[in-house]
Design a protein around this ligand. Sequence first.
Ligand code: PGA
Length: 265
Amino acid sequence: MSLTKPTLVIGNWKMHLNVQEASLLVHRLGKHIKPHRDVEVVLAPSLLALQPVSLEIDRRKFRLAAQNAFYKDEGAYTGEVSFTMLRELAHYVLIGHSERRIYFGETLENVRDKVQAAVRNEITPVLCVGETKQERSDGQTRRVIHDQLTTAIMPLTSEEVEQMVVAYEPVWAISTFGHELAKPGEIEKVFRLIRSEIKELYGSNAAENVRVIYGGSVDDQLAGGYLELDDCDGVLVGAASLNYKQFSGIVDSAYRLEHRSEKKP
Ligand code: PGA
């Protein structure tokens, strides 16, 4: 965990919670989570709930993320919502989540176009990358991360890369795909790979400043173990973010670690 960047804790609610349920969760989270300058708590409700949630959150405590958007700014694209439409609502947007790549056939190029659209509309992309179980057992992890990362960031400037977030989410560790627990050593290796790829393309500043976070079955018991990794700037939480006790517990772990690191010489 870095001493300078606030720790990012993102709750990805996926296709759960209608507007009323979302409002109830926001209310409960609001009671349990306090504002803290060193921890940035981000909620990613469904697109439908994003607007009502934006009116209910305490902005000193929470920021919002969209889970997806279409890369064109406007036009005849039935059923889609653009980044342009989200710019007043969301600070962040998840792009390239494995569920989008696997269930909706999003290609490396689709993900690249969405990253560009997010940056163009001043929404910070949270680019999700990660290998499947098969790719991992075939020894393809390096190649998959390389392809997903470099294709997506290639059109950006180094300043734009510096501002973004990369979430390493091994598909086999996501609760609904594999739920296998990732070992810190394995995660660290991929984190280093992500930063070294960025360094090669954009230099040391971008590599050091880009925020790299971890996602995959993170809950209140496991969060601390991931957050204390040197290179880990936060966590992306799925299932556990729907439970206010679990999610507040994860935020508490982040607070505790930030305070511990503040005391370090
Ligand atoms: P999980 O989901 O925490 O339920 O594994 C993480 C994600 O899919 O972003």
